[in-house]
Design a protein around this ligand. Structure first.
Ligand SMILES: Cc1cc2nc3c(=O)[nH]c(=O)nc-3n(C[C@H](O)[C@H](O)[C@H](O)COP(=O)(O)OP(=O)(O)OC[C@H]3O[C@@H](n4cnc5c(N)ncnc54)[C@H](O)[C@@H]3O)c2cc1C
Length: 371
């Protein structure tokens, strides 16, 4: 049976980044991915903030430039602002620099980086269980000192380990529309996407348009999205449709157990206010890879992972969750939502997008663990 220092389950941004840093620490790394093609189908809005914006959102994370040195050719379209529309289509515009990517290529780029660093990749291999140091798959079993669950929002690894996976998942649908779109991200709130929002994210030759809702509704998501497209005067035929789920209940309470850690969507590493998960998955993936390196090379505790990611992003994720919970109270009707958005105004919307407390008095306990 093949033996490894680390087996990473899932080759999304969290898994590939963990594998890259573990390999950089001279470990023997295997990535197992159930899909035949990395990054496909695309289940993402494909939007990323620039490094400067990420620095403002997550000021405690060091060396962001190294992590997000993304090649220009992966950037589809740069954007300079976010327009937020209330249920009555009142527009609030915030300055915010970001860009869209081709996620299909982006995920391949991240995994290729890990492979170049020395990790081994096996695709079309589904992990079906874990038993101590044994990783059981449909293609045979493997042995590993440390096992990483980077297996996305429906994490089986978290479940097998008795770790409570993400509690709430927001169902989403998206499509890609051809055309020329302004360099502005648009977010629409209200009955267009009950309890969530609809988005328009410009790309080089079109836009990624989709919506996420709070919970599965009687109205099919596709009908909601078609209605939304009509409401913003889009008649072009979509290039493709896709769907997915975003964890919106904040980080899970425990992310290390025995020789197993979970990272990315599997650990609820997502900004609950906007569903952005790629930067957090990569930041926590880097922490995971480095902690596993120290654990195997110099016997430091694996639990350092839990402490370090909470120190880096815990407070901001907790603040985003509190804002989301507060916003949920106003989602009762288009009227209450419109009123709440007027009260918030552009300044507080900006704070909420950046995971900052929207009311001065809020405090979250150190490391984002409470309250
Ligand atoms: C519709 C939608 C829009 C989004 N838009 C954005 C956005 O614009 N910007 C942003 O930052 N975030 C966005 N997100 C969130 C973002 O996509 C996730 O946070 C991010 O992909 C998390 O990365 P991950 O590596 O943790 O998980 P994933 O990207 O889900 O990767 C998990 C991988 O594990 C594999 N896997 C699962 N189970 C097994 C198994 N048993 N064996 C082997 N492999 C397995 C899966 O095939 C998958 O490749 C969006 C999410 C959705 C659903």
């Amino acid at each position: 049976m093949d033996r490894y220092d680390v087996i990473v389950i899932g080759a999304g941004p969290a898994g590939s980044t963990t594998a890259y840093y573990a390999a950089k620490n001279k470990l023997n790394v295997l990535i197992l991915e159930k899909k035949k093609e990395i990054g496909y189908p695309v289940q993402c809005g494909e939007f990323l903030p620039t490094v400067d914006e990420i620095r403002e959102i997550l000021p405690k994370v060091n060396n962001l430039g190294e992590l997000f040195a993304i090649k220009e050719k992966l950037i589809s379209k740069r954007t300079t602002s976010i327009k937020i529309f209330s249920s009555k289509r009142k527009c609030y515009e915030l300055k915010f620099n970001g860009f869209s990517v081709e996620r299909r290529e982006f995920d391949k780029y991240l995994v290729e980086k890990a492979v170049k660093m020395g990790a081994e990749l096996r695709t079309d291999v589904k992990v079906t269980g874990i038993d101590g140091h044994r990783v059981i798959t449909n293609g045979g079993d493997f042995i590993s000192k440390v096992i990483v669950g980077a297996d996305g929002p429906f994490s089986k690894v978290a479940g097998w380990m008795g770790l409570r996976g993400p509690k709430k998942l927001s169902p989403c649908i998206l499509c890609e529309i051809p055309g020329d779109f302004e360099p502005t991200v648009e977010m629409y709130f209200g009955s267009v996407a009950p309890g969530g929002y609809a988005w328009v994210i410009p790309k080089a030759t079109g836009a990624n348009i989709g919506l996420g809702v709070q919970k599965k509704s009687k109205v099919p998501l596709k009908s909601l999205l078609l209605k939304f497209l009509k409401s913003i005067d889009i008649n072009a035929k979509p290039r493709f449709w896709s769907a997915g789920h975003v964890p919106v209940s904040g980080p899970i309470p425990q992310t290390v157990k025995g020789n197993v850690i979970v990272v990315g969507d599997a650990a609820g590493h997502v900004m609950a206010t906007n569903g952005g998960g790629i930067p957090i998955a990569m930041i926590c993936g880097r922490i995971a890879g480095n902690v596993i390196g120290r654990h195997i090379n110099s016997e430091s505790p694996l639990e350092d992972y839990e402490t370090e990611w909470r120190q880096a992003v815990g407070r901001e994720l907790k603040t985003a969750l509190m804002t989301k919970r507060l916003a949920d109270l106003s989602f009762k009707s288009d009227w209450t939502l419109d009123l709440a958005m007027r009260i918030m105004g552009t300044k507080r919307m900006d704070l909420s997008i950046k995971c900052k407390p929207i009311f001065g008095g809020w405090r979250t306990r150190k490391n984002g663990k409470g309250r």
